[in-house]
Design a protein around this ligand. Structure first.
Ligand code: C5P
Length: 397
């Protein structure tokens, strides 16, 4: 699958470096060549000998090794690969990338490279959650660095939460998506997914039953065809697609900001179940029970993200696709919605509870375009996604 491809693999100094040995094995198993680079700290966790033995290549470690410079200068080395992967990417190396520092071999290569870069962050949960790291993640996404993971789970330090490096198989999958070409290679597609949570007070919120399954499956299908996907997701119960640029949000207002920040795109697919209303003035404090008196919630309308993007005066994505969850008159409502919002396509589905579609694994879709409507048979959300992704590829082709 990856024959003829070369990955420049930068191993930074984290305990997850031991998992990178397995990643090297998987990459080699797919036919990729791996040029390993280790930071000084990385060699405290795994030995250069193990890395080099598995990669079957020399390990680069020191910027100032004159023999190495003579054999292959660091600029040339940085551009010798199809993809640069940093795994594990520590908080430190991420901060250096953001700051443009180049004080060792690994960071110099990252500054000098003109090939796409993917990082697999791995760190303690508090370090991941730290505002500095979160700021850095945002900047790296803006710099179009691909981020895989981190996952939520138990950590070597005994804590639990986000910060665990993505599993080697997940990183391999993301590498494969980045390196193999398909009809959507070079296309940036933005997908919104999941429900939104609209706060009532700090502990309560209004939500809906969307699992995020359709959006995640669609993002994966688009990536399988080579697309570079930005996935703006509300708090979904289904895991976000590995290999996409994940932008987590909670509310509709945050989703709008995230969408605007991540345009331009060749296509924008709005699969999120965005709350139509939010509580007009969410309380900053938990609303207390008062004897006999019931709280009254006032609502305000949320921005319609799909309509806004469809009606952008400048920079509108060439293809804008909305979803319509309907319980009756599916085609009539979807057709009217397409015209009202001014999107190009509407993917309509029947979400009457007896269909089991909302939160389920199957979907029954009607695609409404300016050419009319197409009824698709009931199939899995994965199959719907593959069919839709190939229609999108045709439209953008
Ligand atoms: O109007 P309705 O909510 O049925 O429209 C559904 C479509 O509009 C979906 O594609 C959904 O993602 C999008 N939408 C949106 N912002 C909203 C409400 C819906 O982007 N506030």
């Amino acid at each position: 699958m990856l024959a003829g491809k070369r990955v420049l693999l930068i191993i930074a100094g984290g305990i997850a470096a031991y998992k990178t040995l397995e990643l090297i094995r998987l990459l080699k198993g797919q036919g990729a060549a791996v040029t390993p680079v280790m930071t000084k700290a990385a060699s405290e966790f795994v030995t250069p000998l193990s890395v080099s033995a598995l990669a079957g290549e020399k390990v680069y470690t020191d910027l100032f090794d004159l023999t190495e410079e003579a054999e292959m200068g660091h600029i040339q080395l940085s551009r010798s690969a199809d993809l640069v992967v940093v795994a594990p990417a520590t908080a430190n190396i991420m901060a250096k990338m953001v700051g443009g520092q180049a004080d060792d071999m690994a960071t110099t290569l990252l500054m000098a490279t003109d090939t796409p870069v993917m990082i697999a962050p791995a760190m303690n949960v508090r370090m991941w959650d730290h505002p500095a790291t979160q700021r850095n993640v945002e900047t790296l996404l803006e710099d179009r660095i691909r981020i895989v993971g981190p996952n939520v789970g138990d950590m070597a330090c005994g804590e639990h939460g986000p910060g665990r490096m993505a599993e080697p198989a997940e990183i391999l999958n993301a590498v494969r998506n980045a390196l193999t070409s398909g009809p959507l290679t070079g296309k940036h597609i933005l997908v919104t997914s999941g429900p939104t949570h609209e706060p009532i007070d700090p502990v309560r919120y209004i939500a809906n039953r969307s699992s995020g399954a359709q959006g995640a499956a669609l993002a994966k299908a688009l990536m399988d065809l080579g697309a570079d996907v930005t996935f703006v997701t509300g708090p979904a119960s289904v895991a976000p697609p590995v290999g996409a640029r994940i932008v987590p949000v909670e509310t509709a207002a945050q989703m709008l900001v995230a969408v605007e920040e991540h345009l331009p795109a060749d296509a924008a697919i709005f699969a999120a179940a965005v709350a139509d209303w939010r509580v007009a003035s969410a309380s900053g404090k938990k609303i207390k029970k008062q004897d006999g008196a019931l709280p009254t919630l006032e609502f305000a309308e949320n921005p319609d993200i799909l309509a806004r993007v469809s009606q952008m005066a400048a920079g509108r994505p060439p293809l804008v696709v909305g979803f319509a969850a309907e319980t009756h008159d599916v085609i009539e409502n979807a057709t009217a919605k397409r015209l009202r919002k001014r999107c190009d396509w509407i993917v309509a589905n029947d979400v009457r509870p007896e269909t089991g579609i909302m939160g389920g694994t199957e979907n029954k879709v009607t695609l409404v375009t300016d050419a009319g409507s197409q009824d698709w048979p009931r199939m899995s959300k994965t199959e719907v996604s593959m069919k839709l992704a190939s229609e999108i590829a045709k439209a953008l082709g």
